[in-house]
Design a protein around this ligand. Structure first.
Ligand SMILES: Nc1ncnc2c1ncn2[C@@H]1O[C@H](COP(=O)(O)OP(=O)(O)OP(=O)(O)O)[C@@H](O)[C@H]1O
Length: 531
């Protein structure tokens, strides 16, 4: 059964030496969000009653603002009045999206003319899939913005037609008596708030006529640690350049933007036009967020934050109602233990994380050979986005109970009702652990995170837990009767699995582009486990 023994090396393990990481001065004195409590919607000072109603209409759970939301409110609409840029570090599922959506919407609620005034940039295509499913950032804005007459648009990755996206973003003038004079002058924004991925944003900046950031008041960068990664940096430079209003930089900015974006350069309008009374050179308000915020001074300084205020729940934090478990077992019996654990969980909504795209597929195939009494599907970067969207939708509806996922699934996904996260493969980085575990225990709900460990991973896992302030985690033992029952069919399940994989290989060999197929690239991790 599940081993509770520990190797002696674990007992004599030395305390890891504390590395001194340099941090920016403003990060040293954060506002501690843990000290802030939920506040009833009707008690939130200054909250527009139309927004109270819109929030209450989302669902019956929306009766309060969560601590991070109230903390941000105080620094924006509250006494802070958007005077400082905000850097927000708060756990997965703590409600970060509404924390910025609400003050932005309230602040823009008094605008007279529609202009693109708020831009939210999100990192991955997977997050974008969710946006299309109206479950994440855009849907949060959509659930409150119309109540005060604002429009939300999106520019995200995927197969959607560029022309449809442009039609949504840019309003073309009506043809008057068949004459359309000076069309460029007449183009106007069709949205007040735009949710975009960096690639699509850059496309619009470079090629879409009438798309301008000249009226932008708010820039939100969600999942900032990911966006500060190499491949995304272009957009940040472009947005900062195009929204700079400082007169002393005006000429260099124009020259630079001219070379970057050809004739599509923009010139910032004056302060009053953008709603900053009495200030000739208003700055762009920035809010950056993450559950696993980088502390790297060189990375953070790229954001050019203005007198930043750091709102934080502490270095790394897991949701309060998340329970952690570990299972130690022989590598060869791992699929059996997983099948037994899932059986024990009786088809509760669960997400299982495998090591790679390859093992996601293999593991899903293997589990389905046990004929467990619930639906198990894979969800990985190997699949086309349309298929992934369908799978996710079915999972959300409860038609699929277990999702076998690769790490493409980890960030920002919000599926209500996920009770269990299972790390079939132990994550190597604490950030990965946090983002995976954060798929459950969201919005104040409880949840479980199980981690499978090989014996030589026990010490490593203990170190990882220390980084999230956990000294230990309970050993989980799969009930003996379930284990015995599944042990008796393990050999036949393995046989079935081998036949499935053989068939797949055979089919793929017959395909033209066999070279790039999964079978040839596959790590065959699960295959080795069942050998
Ligand atoms: N004030 C609130 N009352 C009730 N539910 C809320 C409230 N705020 C947010 N939620 C719900 O909590 C869930 C998590 O919110 P959200 O996705 O914004 O979290 P997050 O901190 O951005 O998580 P992640 O870092 O994983 O992206 C969502 O389902 C959302 O609808």
């Amino acid at each position: 059964m599940v081993s509770t023994k520990r190797k002696s090396s674990e007992m004599v393990e030395e305390e890891p030496k504390q590395k001194k990481i340099p941090v920016l001065p403003w990060m040293r004195a954060p506002i501690n969000v843990n000290l802030i409590e939920d506040i009833l919607l009707e008690h939130v000072p200054g909250l527009d009653p139309r927004l109270v109603e819109a929030l209450s209409n989302i669902n019956e759970n929306f009766t309060t603002l969560y601590p991070i939301q109230y903390a941000v409110w105080k620094q924006t609409i509250g006494p802070g009045q958007f005077e400082r840029d905000l850097c927000i570090h708060s756990p997965t599922g703590s409600g970060k999206t509404l924390s910025y959506a609400l003050p932005i919407v309230q602040s823009l609620s008094t605008r007279n003319v529609r202009r693109l005034r708020a831009l939210v940039v999100l990192p991955s295509r997977d997050l974008a899939v969710q946006i299309r499913l109206r479950t994440l950032v855009k849907s949060v804005f959509e659930s409150i913005a119309p109540a005060v007459g604002l429009t939300v648009g999106s520019a995200i990755g995927g197969k959607g037609k560029m022309s449809d996206e442009i039609a949504q973003l840019i309003k073309r003038p009506e043809l008057e008596a068949g004459v359309w004079y000076d069309p460029e002058k007449e183009l106007e924004s069709g949205v007040d708030i735009l949710v975009a991925t960096p690639g699509k944003l850059m496309n619009h900046i470079k090629t879409t006529k009438g798309f301008t950031l000249e009226h932008l008041q708010f820039l939100v960068v969600d999942e900032i640690d990911k966006l500060l990664g190499e491949e995304y940096q272009d957009f940040l430079r472009a947005v900062l350049l195009l929204t700079r209003s400082d007169e002393e930089h005006q000429f260099s900015h124009m020259r630079a933007s001219q070379s970057l974006f050809g004739p599509l350069r923009t010139i910032r309008r004056s302060g009053n036009e953008r709603g900053f009374k009495g200030k000739s050179s208003p700055r762009l308000v920035k809010m950056v967020l993450s559950a696993t915020l980088t502390q790297s001074p060189s990375k953070l300084s790229k954001l050019d934050l203005h007198h930043p205020l750091f709102l934080s729940t502490g270095r790394y934090k897991l949701p309060d109602k998340l329970q952690l478990f570990k299972l130690t077992c022989e590598v060869k019996s791992k699929p059996l233990y997983l099948a037994a654990l899932l059986h024990e969980l009786k088809g509760e909504q669960s997400v299982v994380f495998a090591k790679s795209k390859d093992s996601t597929h293999e593991l899903c195939t293997m589990l389905n050979c046990f004929d467990l009494p619930f639906k198990i599907k894979e969800y990985s970067a190997f699949q086309p986005q349309s298929l992934r969207s369908k799978t996710l939708e079915k999972f959300r509806e409860g038609k699929i109970q277990v999702l076998i996922a690769s790490d493409a699934m980890t960030r920002g996904m919000d599926v209500a009702g996920v009770r269990n996260v299972i790390n079939y493969a132990m994550p190597f980085h604490v950030r990965t652990y946090i983002h995976r575990a954060g798929r459950t225990a969201r919005a104040g709900n409880s949840g479980h995170c199980f981690t499978f460990l090989a014996r030589n991973q026990v010490v490593e896992f203990k170190k990882l837990l220390k980084e999230v302030d956990k000294d230990s985690c309970s050993v989980h033992n799969v009930p003996e009767d379930i284990f015995e029952k599944l042990s008796s069919v393990y050999d036949s399940a393995k046989q079935k699995y081998k036949e499935c994989m053989q068939q797949e290989k055979f089919k793929k060999r017959r395909q033209m582009n066999f070279q790039s197929s999964r079978a040839s690239e596959g790590s065959m991790e699960i295959s080795q486990e069942v050998e």
